[in-house]
Design a protein around this ligand. Structure first.
Ligand code: C5P
Length: 335
């Protein structure tokens, strides 16, 4: 029964992550579009800080549920984590810090690159993730699986390039002035994403500290970083208009949907792994493209359609190895 429960949690977390990605991406887009006046728009930095606060609260609640609502065990767990074992807690702060840099690099890169190039290049994180899984976790990935990861990237790239070509490129000459610099930022973000994800998987699976305690540790660090970012970037606006200016019920709902993604990423990494998480989010991109065409009227070009097909084929190839369809031709790196 324990094995069955873990299997259920694995597929449930991957499925939930896929649905969350579709819903949260659409909500984020709509939350910006419904307020055309930039002066009235909510601050990104305060919404990021609120998302971290939500993650911290939810992780604390899930931790309490994990401990069967025993208040004394709950207090002991916090004392153990933040007072007695604070050096171990610092380990969780590393991915929190790396994710902070990653998010800022992504934000900066989006100013230098065409959105299609930006989104497609960011999929390289699938390869950097696989590389770190081999190097840090000692995982072996067969030749067919490497090939299927390349197919996955190609699929998502074609899908996005096709979509954006159709919508018309949102380019200004300014944004193309330093595309190489943008690419450099993005490739760095891919390495950070791969390393942070795999490092989180390593500390989750190699120590007895529970998933929710790791999330409490991580989101407290991220909340502190988030508040600092608010202060450094937007102190003047926050002072004049308040932290929550531009917030309404829909913005709060978007924050909850977005932050739940972070919790689901953590569950997917714990019960499945980083590569499966990559597949779940790639599928979400395919579904988003289809829902976009149904609800927002965009047309799926044949390039996008072939991209979507490649994503599906890549999953079959990757898992074909596990299902015994393909032989296990392994290439592994020395540890
Ligand atoms: O692009 P990538 O898949 O690397 O992004 C993962 C996201 O998941 C990051 O934005 C990070 O903030 C979030 N995350 C989280 N809690 C975790 C692990 C990841 O919020 N425990």
């Amino acid at each position: 029964p324990v094995g069955r429960k873990v299997k259920f949690l694995k597929w449930a977390s991957l499925f939930a992550l896929m649905c969350q990605s579709v819903v949260a991406t659409a909500m984020l887009r709509y939350s910006r579009e419904r307020q055309p006046d930039p002066k009235k728009q909510y601050l990104t930095s305060s919404s990021v800080a609120m998302a971290e606060l939500y993650k911290l609260l939810m992780s604390s609640v899930f931790l309490l549920i994990d401990l069967d609502f025993s208040w004394s065990e709950y207090k002991t767990a916090f004392r153990q984590s933040f007072v007695l074992d604070w050096t171990d807690t610092l380990k969780s702060m590393l991915p929190a810090f790396l994710y902070l840099i990653q998010n800022n690099l992504l934000w900066a890169a989006s100013n230098y690159l065409d959105p299609a190039v930006y989104l497609a290049t960011y999929q390289t994180k699938i390869l950097t993730t696989a590389l770190f899984m081999v190097v840090l976790l000692g995982r072996t990935i067969s030749r067919i699986q490497w090939f299927s990861l390349l197919l996955l990237i190609l699929g998502v790239t074609l899908l996005q390039v096709g979509l954006h070509d159709h919508k018309g490129r949102i380019l200004s000459t300014d944004s193309l002035s330093e595309p190489l610099f943008g690419l450099l930022l993005l490739v760095t973000a891919c390495f950070l994403s791969g390393f942070a994800g795999v490092y989180f998987e390593l500390i989750l699976k190699s120590s007895p500290v529970s998933l929710w305690m790791r999330n409490v540790q991580m989101s407290s660090a991220s909340l502190a970083f988030g508040i600092m970012t608010c202060y450094f970037y937007d102190a003047e606006v926050v002072w004049r208009k308040g932290l929550f200016h531009g917030f309404d019920w829909f913005v709060w709902l978007t924050i909850v949907a977005w932050a739940s993604g972070g919790l689901l990423v953590a569950c997917a990494i714990k019960y499945a792994d980083n590569i499966m998480k990559g597949f779940a989010t790639a599928f979400a991109i395919v579904i988003s493209a289809f829902t976009d065409s149904v609800f927002f009227g965009s047309r799926l070009t044949s390039v996008s359609q072939s991209g979507a097909a490649l994503v599906v084929i890549s999953v079959l190839f990757y898992h074909g190895v596990c299902w015994g369809i393909f032989p296990r031709m392994r290439i592994s790196f020395p540890k």
